[in-house]
Design a binder for this molecule. Structure first.
Ligand code: SF4
Length: 408
């Protein structure tokens, strides 16, 4: 029996591809599982192109499609002669999802329980992603993720700790808590409602051998007080927050149906940095959201300095079918591309400032493959030697190349 996986998209999909293997191969059949993403039209195009290539190269292979694409673009995949079967996003981590009784995509909005994972490590990854939350109850006007992932649901604290313990027992040094709407963690746990901050504390208390705990993207306006307190007091909680900001103008944020204002974002960054002075922010920002004027875009550019952002993920707006934003008056494609380039340039400048400030310092780095690593604030580092991936080492920073630090 062999199960190959091809994964598109986010950290959640990466760890789920690892976790679904046993179920996908339980009946002894050889399969190629394509775990798709639907966040942009391009992600769907890339997955379908890969499926056609696999079918050409391995005509005997049984190709199974799962992931957000299976839920959001069901017909596009079901119509492909190369695809033997679709497995729903809500059943891909369950044995029945791969058996004859599997229902396929379409039931995701009815899923209420989050499936805990129990993987020892993720092939090819030094940092272990631990899913603690799935789905989303928000309806940002540009986003299809809730329709691919279903309602927000949390893995119990006990199951999360068990997963972290398994990773540490297998030599893992850094764990990244991941989800779709991470800051919604715990609200749905009817027997013991809790929060992301409380979970962080519980993990660090229960697993003293865990060297580094990191958070994936959060919604700053939903960050709970316990999370801010943990940031201030827990050294093993990494000084790096990636914020889902999306834009810097209040009217555009309103049209996106985001829950925060420009002032909220600036205030959150100032508060968090006061509590943890070495904190570094990353952020997701969309360029060219429908109706965005030059003046409104300028407020996104200015937000980089006002929040003190360092690691930018810039997304040129790409319409998703059936979303409210896709029905709004669009910005010209040329202007979208041009604005994305300007935002990236401001981001590169901010990163250079940050890198300059690290030169001459001695930093703890988690080594990855190929002589690279990550500092605690997620800054990439080129190492002088090639320590074993997963090794924690203290290195002297002697220079940078505009994108990463260079160690002696
Ligand atoms: S919070 Fe908004 S952008 Fe994020 S997954 Fe939910 S709907 Fe999408």
């Amino acid at each position: 029996m062999s199960v190959e996986t091809l994964t598109f998209g986010c950290r959640l999909n990466i760890v789920e591809s690892e976790a679904l293997r046993a179920h996908a191969g339980a009946d002894g059949r050889d399969r190629i599982v394509v775990n798709t993403c639907a966040v942009t039209a391009e992600a769907g195009r890339q997955a379908r192109k890969a499926i056609r290539r696999i079918a050409r190269e391995q005509p005997e292979a049984e190709i199974v499609v799962t992931g957000c694409g299976a839920e959001v673009e069901t017909q596009a995949y079901a119509a492909m002669p190369e695809v033997a079967r679709l497995v729903g996003n809500g059943e891909k981590l369950r044995p029945e999802g791969w058996s004859a009784v599997g229902t396929g995509p379409g039931a995701i909005m009815a899923v209420r329980a989050a499936d805990p994972t129990r993987v020892a490590a993720i092939a090819g990854h030094t940092r272990a992603f631990v899913p603690v939350q799935n789905g989303c109850d928000h309806r940002c006007t540009f986003c299809v993720i809730p329709f691919g992932r279903g309602p927000s649901r949390s893995v119990s604290v006990v199951d999360v700790i068990a997963q972290v313990e398994t990773i540490v027992a297998h030599g893992g040094r850094e764990v990244v808590l991941t989800g779709v709407d991470l800051t919604a963690y715990g609200r749905d746990l009817s027997d013991a409602p809790t929060s992301l901050g409380t979970l962080v504390r519980a993990i660090l208390r229960a697993v003293p051998d865990l060297a580094r705990l990191r958070l994936s993207s959060i919604d700053s306006v939903e960050a709970d007080d316990d999370l801010l307190a943990a940031l201030a007091e827990e050294e093993r909680l990494m000084p790096h927050l990636h914020l889902s900001l999306q834009a810097g103008d209040d009217l555009i944020l309103k049209r996106m149906k985001r829950r925060h204002s420009r002032a909220d974002a600036i205030r959150f960054c100032a508060t968090a940095r006061r509590l943890r002075p070495d904190l570094v922010f990353g952020a997701d920002l969309i360029a060219g959201f429908p109706t965005e004027t030059e003046a409104q875009f300028t407020r996104s550019l200015e937000l980089v300095a006002e929040c003190g952002l360092t690691h930018l993920h810039v997304f040129p707006y790409s319409p998703r079918p059936e979303t409210p934003a896709a029905r709004m008056p669009p910005v010209a494609p040329q202007a979208i591309r041009e604005r994305a380039a300007r935002l990236r340039a401001v981001g590169a400048e901010a990163l250079r400032w940050h890198l300059d400030a690290q030169v001459g310092r001695r930093l703890p780095v988690l080594a990855e493959r190929g002589g690279t690593g990550r500092a605690e604030d997620f800054t990439p580092v080129r190492l002088a030697a090639e320590p074993e991936p997963g090794t924690l080492c203290a290195v002297a920073i002697v220079a940078h190349d505009g994108a990463r630090l260079i160690a002696a």
